[in-house]
Design a protein around this ligand. Structure first.
Ligand code: ADP
Ligand code: MG
Length: 270
């Protein structure tokens, strides 16, 4: 069922450091050995993310979305299939592919500035230029005034922005987001959706984002991949060819929302 035309302009090829990488997930299957046997979690999953493209993943809880993100981050290797970044196998974590989890997990004894600087410090890059990068990224996420604050002094939205800054300071080429806005109140969440899209459109990194919010996926992504229950299998990929910023009440967005909810078996009266 084609509701709208596939998008082209928003998957443009960016250039320069930090520009988006190409990700190819080729027939990846994965599972976990639970002692008594293998728990299948991913089944023949194939997704390609073009440089600078924003892909959202939707699926029932426990279907294997976070597992897929862990494979893309290089935290685990798949049982079968291939994961490639710009054509090269992904074998281990790399600052070019950073993950932001639902929980900001900031170190409480470090200031916001120190939390954000951690990655550069670990790589021995906290020189004058590195410090300016930390300042710049805090400015960009609107936390410059809170650089010397401690995590306990931040609101939920600010802590999530600090976690985002910590990821962005590495100038990632692929931003991996696992329900990054899941714990925020609805107004903060709407604001952060706009900020994330704004940053992405400016920096042109590639994005792979898991969310359980159908509307959020459709407001933010170029394409939305819908998974069925575990073991995760792709049910459908929905292209979203609407310009940004998007309107929740756009008729196309409403039609795509109905489609996604139907695939997830969650439409009203189902
Ligand atoms: P989702 O993110 O879609 O909610 P997950 O990828 O977290 O789902 O988990 C998918 C399935 O894999 C679940 O049944 C979960 O219990 C199982 N699982 C995840 N990680 C492990 C692990 N390290 N060992 C065993 N089972 C796991
Ligand atoms: Mg998950």
């Amino acid at each position: 069922m084609i509701i709208n035309k596939p998008d082209a302009p928003s998957t443009c090829t960016p250039s320069g450091a930090g520009a988006g990488l190409r990700l190819d997930i080729n027939r990846v299957s994965h599972g976990f050995d639970l002692g008594g046997g293998l728990l299948p979690v991913l089944e023949q999953v194939s997704i390609s993310v073009a440089p600078g493209e924003f892909i959202a993943l939707l699926g029932p809880s426990g279907c294997g979305k976070s597992t897929l993100l862990r494979l893309v981050a290089g935290l685990e290797n798949p049982l079968s299939g291939q994961l490639l970044e710009d054509g090269e196998p992904i074998r281990r974590p790399d600052p070019a592919r950073v993950v932001v989890f639902q929980d900001p997990t900031l170190f409480p004894w470090r200031t916001v500035w120190q939390n954000v600087a951690l990655g550069l410090q670990a790589q021995g890059l906290l020189n004058e230029r590195g410090r300016r990068r930390v300042d710049g990224v805090l400015e960009r996420v609107g936390l410059a005034q809170f650089a010397q604050a401690y995590p306990r002094q931040l609101s939920g939205g600010m802590a999530q922005r600090a976690a985002l800054a910590r990821a962005l300071v590495n100038d990632p080429r692929l931003l991996i987001l696992d329900e990054p806005l899941g714990k925020l109140d609805s107004l903060t969440r709407i604001r952060m959706q706009g900020e994330l899209v704004g940053l992405w459109r400016e920096k042109r990194y590639s994005v792979l984002m898991v969310t359980h919010d159908v509307e959020e996926a459709l407001l933010m992504a170029n394409r939305v991949v819908v998974f069925g229950p575990r073991p995760a299998r792709i049910l459908e990929t929905i292209p979203v060819a609407l310009p940004y910023p998007r309107r929740r009440n756009h008729p196309t967005l409403i039609a795509l929302r109905t489609r996604a909810l139907a695939l997830l078996g969650a439409e009203a009266g189902a």
